[in-house]
Design a protein around this ligand. Structure first.
Ligand code: CP
Length: 306
C-alpha cells in the first residue's frame, strides 16, 4: 500500500494483513511500556480541516508508540484560516519532508486529490460523506476481538445492523464496503430521508423499521445524527427520530442475549442512543476507541515501515 484513501481500492489481502497486524499492536497497547522502534526517524502530520477527538489523538498516539515524530496541524490556528488553499497547505507540509499526512477534510474525494499532489503517503481520516476507512477497520477489529473472546467465531455469517443518519455518514460507506468482504451481512436502517442515494446498488439490505431489524442482530451500530450537516433542516423531528430510530432503554429488550452495541462516536446521548444503551454491558463503544489506536498503529506500520 502506498496510501490509504478508502476501503474501496484496498485489496482484501491488505485488509486482512492490516487487521492481523492490529492484533499484534493491540497486545503492545496493553503493555506498561508501549514504545516500539519500528518507525524511528519517520514523521507523521495530522492535518485536520474538521474537528476530531478520537481519530486525531489515536493517530498521534499510534505514531508516537511506533517512535515516529508526530505533529498536529488543525485548520483553526493554521494559515488555512487566513485563506491558504488546501493544495498550498499540503505542498508546504510535504516540502518539509514528512513521510505521511493523515488528513480529514469536509470535501468528498479531497484526500485522493491530495495524494496526487504530494510525495508523502496520504491517509484518509474522513473526507466529507465519502469514506472513513480506519474507522471501518477499527470497527471490524473491535467486533472480531469481541467474537473471539466469546467463542463466537469471526464475522462470517454475522448480522450487522447499522442505524442512523446514513445520508451524511462516511463511516457507513466504509463499513458497507468492508464488512461484506469479511463475510458479514449488513442491514441499513434509517428513515427514507436519511438513506444515501444509490444505496440500492450497495451489497446490503435496506430496512426502515428498526424494531423488526433488532432481534436478528449480532451487532447494532448506531450512527450519529450529524446536525452540523443538516443546514436545510432535519426530517423527521428529533423527538420523532428518537421514538422511531433511537436505541432507547425499552428497545434493548428486543436484542438477542449475545448482541452488542457499537457507535463510532461522538455520541448524541438521548437522540440516537440512550445512556442505558451506551453504558450497558453490551456496549463495545470504548473497545472501538481502544481498537482505533491498534488499527492506526497497524496502518502506519504497513505504510511506513518498509
Ligand atoms: N469516530 C470519529 O471519527 O470520531 P472523531 O470525530 O472524534 O475523530
Amino acid at each position: 500500500m502506498r496510501d490509504l484513501l478508502g476501503i474501496e481500492g484496498m485489496a482484501l489481502d491488505d485488509i486482512r494483513s492490516v487487521l492481523a497486524t492490529a492484533e499484534e499492536m493491540h497486545e503492545i497497547q496493553q503493555r506498561p511500556i508501549k514504545k516500539l522502534p519500528a518507525l524511528r526517524g519517520r514523521t507523521v502530520v495530522n492535518l485536520f480541516f474538521e474537528d476530531s477527538t478520537r481519530t486525531r489523538s489515536s493517530f498521534e498516539l499510534a505514531a508516537k508508540w511506533l517512535s515516529a515524530d508526530a505533529i498536529n496541524v488543525a485548520a483553526k490556528g493554521s494559515s488555512a484560516s487566513k485563506g491558504e488553499s488546501m493544495r498550498d497547505t499540503l505542498m508546504t507540509l510535504d516540502s518539509m519532508g514528512v513521510d505521511a499526512i493523515v488528513m480529514r477534510h469536509g470535501g468528498s474525494g479531497s484526500v485522493a486529490q491530495a495524494a496526487g499532489w504530494v510525495k508523502a503517503a496520504m491517509i484518509n481520516a474522513g473526507d466529507g460523506t465519502h469514506e472513513h476507512p480506519t474507522q471501518a477497520l477499527l470497527d471490524a477489529h473491535a467486533m472480531l476481538r469481541h467474537f473471539r473472546a466469546h467463542n463466537l467465531g469471526d464475522l462470517q455469517g454475522k448480522e450487522v445492523v447499522i442505524v442512523g443518519d446514513l445520508l451524511h455518514s462516511r463511516v457507513v460507506r466504509s463499513n458497507c464496503l468492508l464488512l461484506p468482504q469479511l463475510g458479514a451481512h449488513v442491514t441499513l436502517v434509517a428513515p427514507p430521508t436519511l438513506m444515501p442515494p444509490g444505496v440500492g446498488t450497495w451489497n446490503v439490505e435496506v430496512n426502515h423499521d428498526l424494531d423488526s431489524a433488532l432481534p436478528s442482530a449480532d451487532v447494532v451500530m448506531m450512527l450519529r445524527v450529524q446536525r452540523e450537516r443538516m443546514l436545510g433542516g432535519f426530517f423527521p423531528s428529533e423527538r420523532e427520530y428518537t421514538i422511531r430510530y433511537g436505541l432507547t432503554a425499552q428497545r434493548l429488550t428486543k436484542l438477542s442475549p449475545h448482541a452488542v452495541i457499537a457507535h463510532p462516536g461522538p455520541l448524541n446521548r438521548g437522540l440516537e442512543i440512550s445512556s442505558a444503551a451506551a453504558d450497558s454491558a453490551r456496549s463495545i463503544v470504548l473497545d472501538q476507541v481502544s481498537a482505533g489506536v491498534a488499527v492506526r498503529m497497524s496502518v502506519l506500520y504497513h505504510l511506513l515501515a518498509a
